[in-house]
Write a protein that binds this ligand. Structure first.
Ligand code: PFF
Length: 460
């Protein structure tokens, strides 16, 4: 992939280039770190069921819509919104475009922080400290430290910046082509190991069998936010990547592959972590509600009980590191592309701006687990608040505006024509119903409920 600002943008080499880049953006911490802890917290099987239904309906519709919106305008979100509506200047269009552009700017700082935690675990595993990492309270002690997590956060940010500035995407892409299948394989091995631990059966049951008594509006709200986070929807990424896509690439097929890969990794991550929570801590409410800490607490326990735990742990965290790095590069790329397209900054200035932003917002997220832990809203830490605002509130809002742009302002026919130019568009009916009706209604409900939850009117 090669890309520059403005009209001089590069193009992906074709179907494969787009699928690899978009899958590298999609598969990341969202699948391995975020999906399992949300599934554990929001009812297990019922969360999984809601997630899968949403994935097949408006996950599908929105991933196709955003990609072809980018492809037909060849612009990043702010410009794409404007150009798609015929270069009109309306507050709705500017707001919608910028909303899509701002979401990744909010995710970037805390994504770097979690990426830093991954590097820390990678280093510690490679030094063979498996028993220490698996110890009770180790992770809590680490994140509540004032400076250590910040240093790892900077390390991860530095890796991302180096790739963006040095333009070594090609190398990273090549590495992730090897790492992604390996990650799948290793995740499958670890999942089988977790599932065969004594006591894990209850975890498999909790994860796979829906308990409808646990269904609440928050299940839908959070599953929807997770869907967006995981597929990188409502964040300008797919619009930007679509803008680098050739006209003859089959949008429906390409996006389908990304959805399948993304869901597979998330399902496996759940199978690795949730049965292990039951095997190692009996599945008590406290363990299931561990939130962002879940993976870092559970996975070391799994590796500690295995032979060659140090080596396997190192391999595992190395692959997660690559998955996280490629996603983080895509987040930064989306931000840089908007800043250079809209504000006419150079790539370097835009990248430096994002670096400062990641430090300015990422450090408070880290301190929120230590000296600033007194700051909390509705039981959420600073990181949780940023994540909730970006993924659960703003993403659905951005997606809602995209549906209105396509479905109401311009009309679905225009986009459908563009999609059909290169694809059989087999699920056109589902697409139309979702964009015109289903998605706007559900997104509106999700939006109102998430705000109500943040204000404490409904239980999270
Ligand atoms: N989809 C990525 C993941 O699941 O980890 C995260 C992500 C990528 C979020 C790109 C936002 C974004 F713009």
């Amino acid at each position: 992939m090669s890309q520059q600002a403005g009209g001089d943008r590069g193009l992906f080499s074709g179907h494969f280039g787009f699928v690899i880049a978009a899958a590298a953006s999609a598969v990341g911490l969202g699948n391995i770190w975020r999906f399992p802890y949300l599934t554990a917290k929001y009812g297990g099987g019922i969360f999984l069921l809601v997630y899968l239904i949403l994935m097949l309906t408006f996950g599908y519709a929105l991933i196709v819509a955003e990609t072809s919106l980018g492809r037909s305008t060849r612009l990043s979100p702010v410009g794409a919104y404007r150009a798609y509506a015929g270069s009109k200047h309306s507050p709705f269009l500017s707001f919608g475009g910028w909303l899509n552009a701002i979401v990744p700017m909010l995710i970037f700082p805390y994504y770097c922080l979690i990426g830093g935690w991954i590097i820390k675990y990678l280093v510690e595993f490679s030094m063979g400290k498996v028993g220490i990492l698996a110890g009770d309270g180790y992770f809590g002690g680490f994140i509540s430290d004032t400076w250590e997590p910040v240093l790892w956060h900077l390390a991860f940010l530095g890796c991302t910046l180096a790739v963006i500035l040095k333009g070594v995407e090609k190398g990273v892409e090549k590495a992730s082509r090897v790492m992604m299948p390996l990650l799948l394989l290793l995740a499958a091995v670890v999942a089988v190991y977790s599932m065969t631990r004594p006591g894990a059966g209850a975890g498999i049951y909790y994860y796979l069998v829906p308990d409808f008594s646990k269904l609440s509006i928050m299940t839908v709200v959070v599953a929807c936010g997770q869907l967006f986070f995981s597929l990188s929807i409502g964040m300008g990424i797919l619009i930007t990547y679509g803008s680098y896509m050739k006209k003859d690439v089959d949008v429906e097929k390409a996006t389908n592959r990304i959805q399948i890969m993304d869901t597979l990794v998330a399902l496996l991550a759940g199978l690795m972590i949730i049965p292990a929570v039951f095997a190692f801590s009996g599945g008590e409410a406290e363990a299931l509600n561990a939130g962002p800490a879940l993976m870092f607490v559970t996975i070391p326990k799994v590796f500690n009980s295995m032979g060659f735990g140090g080596a396997i742990g190192t391999m595992f965290f190395l692959m997660v590191f690559f998955a996280a790095l490629t996603s983080n590069i895509s987040i930064m790329e989306a931000c840089v592309s908007t800043l250079s397209d809209e504000l006419h900054w150079s790539r370097r200035t835009s990248a430096l701006f994002m670096t400062f932003e990641a430090i300015a917002l990422g450090v408070p997220c880290s301190l929120g687990f230590g000296p600033w832990s007194f700051i909390s809203v509705a039981g959420m830490s600073i990181l949780d608040m940023m994540d909730f605002t970006a993924a659960t509130v703003l993403c659905p809002f951005a997606a809602l505006l995209t549906c209105l742009l396509i479905g109401r302002l311009v009309g679905i026919d225009k986009l459908a024509l563009d999609i059909k130019a290169s694809s059989a568009f087999r699920r056109e009916k589902i697409f139309r119903v979702c964009i015109a009706w289903l998605a706007p209604v559900i997104l509106l409900i999700v939006l109102v409920s998430s705000v109500a939850a943040a204000l404490g009117w409904i239980k999270m």
